[in-house]
Design a protein around this ligand. Structure first.
Ligand code: NAP
Length: 348
C-alpha cells in the first residue's frame, strides 16, 4: 500500500474468549468496496464494526490498475488507492480493521460464531463481503508456472514484462482492461479468445482494437502452458479448424472470469448453483441477521459502485435488525419484570 496514509485501528490484539474485543454487534467479512462501505455505515451507526480483511486487502478492485467509472473521480483512480481511501473513511467513523482470515463460521448458533487463526469471535449480525477470486485455466503447465510466468494480475506483475511478449487469455472487460495496461511495459500483447466476438464493453473494445501493440487470436483455446524454468509460450488449438499451434510468449495472464468465495457458507446459506449467495433486495440472506453485499452475491453487475451501494444497504439493514432485536429483548425483560412484581403482590 502506498500514497495514502492508512491509519488502521488494528483489532484482535486481545485474543481471549469473553474479551470485549471478541464479542461484537457486527462483523463484516471481507475488505473490498462492499466491506469497507458497510464498515463506514455501520461505524456511523455506532455498531463498532469489525472488518476482517483476510489477506486480500481491497478485494478484486484493488488489483485494477485504473478505475474510470467510479463516480467522483473523472480522471480515474487506481484500484488500490480507492480501496485505501474507503478503508480510511470507514476507520475514521469507528470501524476496526483486522488482518485476520476467517477459517470457519457457525450461523446455526446465536450469537454467530466466527473463527480465525487467532481466536473465536461472536457476532450479533454478520455482513459477508468476501467477493470473488479469478479462475484459472486448469491446463497442464499452469500451476507449475503460477508466480513464474503465469499471473492473474497485470497491475501486480506487468512491470516484469518490459519489452516482452505476453499472452492474455479471455475476452471480457478484465482481459481487455488488463491487456491495455500490459501494453505500457510489454512490446506485444496477444489476446487469445475462445470465440470471434468479445464479451467486453464497447469502449474497451475500441481502445484495444486501436492499440498497435495488441493482437487478437480468435476462436482459440489454450491447451498447455509451455516452458522450462520460465514460460516460453502456449500450445493452443483453433476451435473452428481444430488446427494446433504454438504461440511464443514470456508470460501468460489469465482473465477467464470469477468464482465466488463462499466455501465457508456452503450448507449454511442458500447459494445459487454457481455458488453465489442468494440475497433479497435488502441484502438479506436465508439466515436472519446475516447479510451479503458485493460480488459474492452479484453475478450480474460486478461493479465497484454497485458493491459499495450494496455494502451501505446491508449495513443499514443490519443496524435496523439489531435495533429491533434489542427493542424486543427490552420489551421481554419488562414483561418479565411486571410478571414478577405481579407474583410478589399476589404472595403478599
Ligand atoms: P467475464 O466477463 O466473465 O469474462 C470472462 C471471459 O473469459 C469471457 O470472454 C469468456 O469467454 C472467457 N472464458 C471463460 N471461461 C473460459 C475458459 N475456460 N477458457 C477460455 N476462455 C474462457 O469476466 P471478467 O472479464 O473477469 O469480468 C468480470 C466482471 O467484472 C464483469 O462483470 C465485468 O464487466 C467487470 N469488469 C469491469 C471492468 C470495467 O468496467 N472496466 C473491468 C474489469 C471487470 P466467453 O465470452 O466466450 O464466455
Amino acid at each position: 500500500m502506498s500514497g495514502i496514509s492508512l491509519s488502521l485501528n488494528l483489532s484482535g490484539l486481545r485474543k481471549e474468549d469473553g474479551d470485549e474485543a471478541m464479542e461484537r454487534d457486527l462483523i463484516i467479512i471481507g475488505g473490498g468496496p462492499a466491506g469497507f462501505t458497510a464498515g463506514l455505515y455501520a461505524g456511523r451507526a455506532q455498531l463498532r464494526p469489525l472488518v476482517m480483511v483476510g489477506q486480500a486487502f481491497g478485494g478484486q478492485a484493488a488489483t485494477t490498475s485504473e478505475m474510470e467509472n467510479y463516480p467522483g473521480f473523472p480522471d480515474g483512480i487506481g484500484g488500490m488507492a480507492l480501496a485505501e481511501q474507503m478503508a480510511n473513511h470507514a476507520v475514521r467513523f469507528g470501524a476496526e480493521i483486522a488482518y485476520e482470515e476467517v477459517t470457519s463460521v457457525d450461523l446455526k448458533t446465536y450469537p454467530f460464531v466466527v473463527k480465525t487463526y487467532s481466536g473465536t469471535y461472536h457476532a450479533k449480525a454478520i455482513i459477508i463481503c468476501t467477493g470473488t477470486r479469478p479462475r484459472y485455466l486448469g491446463v497442464p503447465g499452469e500451476s507449475k508456472f503460477v508466480g513464474r510466468g503465469v499471473s492473474l494480475c497485470a497491475t501486480c506483475d506487468g512491470y516484469f514484462y518490459q519489452d516482452k511478449t505476453v499472452v492474455v487469455v479471455g475476452g471480457g472487460d478484465s482481459a481487455l482492461d488488463e491487456g491495455l495496461y500490459l501494453t505500457r511495459s510489454a512490446k506485444q500483447v496477444i489476446i487469445v479468445h475462445r470465440r470471434d466476438q468479445l464479451r467486453a464493453g464497447p469502449i474497451l473494445q475500441q481502445r484495444a482494437m486501436a492499440n498497435s501493440k495488441i493482437r487478437f487470436v480468435w476462436n482459440t483455446v489454450v491447451d498447455e502452458i509451455l516452458g522450462d524454468n520460465t514460460v516460453t509460450g502456449v500450445r493452443v488449438h483453433n476451435v473452428v479448424t481444430h488446427e494446433e499451434s504454438i504461440i511464443n510468449a514470456d508470460g501468460v495472464f489469465v482473465y477467464i472470469g470469477l468464482t465466488p468465495n463462499t466455501h465457508l457458507f456452503k450448507g449454511q446459506l442458500d447459494l445459487t448453483p454457481d455458488g453465489y449467495i442468494i440475497t433479497d433486495k435488502r441484502q438479506r440472506t436465508s439466515v436472519p441477521g446475516v447479510y451479503a453485499a458485493g460480488d459474492v452475491q452479484d453475478p450480474y453487475f460486478r461493479q465497484v459502485v454497485v458493491a459499495a451501494g450494496a455494502g451501505a444497504a446491508a449495513a443499514i439493514e443490519a443496524e435496523r435488525w439489531l435495533a429491533e432485536k434489542e427493542y424486543e429483548a427490552q420489551e421481554a425483560a419488562m414483561e418479565r419484570e411486571v410478571a414478577v412484581e405481579h407474583e410478589e403482590q399476589e404472595v403478599s
